[in-house]
Design a protein around this ligand. Sequence first.
Ligand SMILES: Nc1nc2c([nH]c(=O)n2[C@H]2C[C@H](O)[C@@H](COP(=O)(O)OP(=O)(O)OP(=O)(O)O)O2)c(=O)[nH]1
Length: 135
Amino acid sequence: MTEPIVVVGAALLSGGRLLAARRSAPPELAGRWELPGGKVEPGEAPEQALVRELREELGVEAKSAERVPGEWPVRPGYVLRVWIAHLLSGEPRPLEDHDELRWLSVDEVWDVEWLEADVPAVMEAARVAWGNAGA
Ligand SMILES: Nc1nc2c([nH]c(=O)n2[C@H]2C[C@H](O)[C@@H](COP(=O)(O)OP(=O)(O)OP(=O)(O)O)O2)c(=O)[nH]1
């Protein structure tokens, strides 16, 4: 059996808020919200991929922290794994793949229409970030 391709998602936190990014493409995903990130490239560690994707997509420097337990199927052959990440410098801008960003407080986390795979992923990330208040 071939190993799935890992898509890393960042639960990027700053000032107690979680960053959500609205996809602008492809058409079937556009308008839905996700954790910024992308596919791990061959030879790359997932945490490196996360930092690279946040630089490319949002123009920020970030550091990865703990892995959020679990993994979630995205589509056949792809799984989503999530790490908590902290903003080190820069203000996120939607440079690639996204057309809007929102910093969500614990009370706002379900205000956006997350991609299907992200619903359980964000639930777990919220638990790690905020404790049961985010569930
Ligand atoms: N980045 C990201 N992708 C997600 C999430 N949830 C989810 O279902 N996906 C899907 C959307 C895409 O089919 C796939 C990731 O592809 P991507 O387009 O973000 O990855 P990438 O930046 O490496 O893309 P590319 O180099 O092929 O353009 O996973 C999520 O939270 N973050």
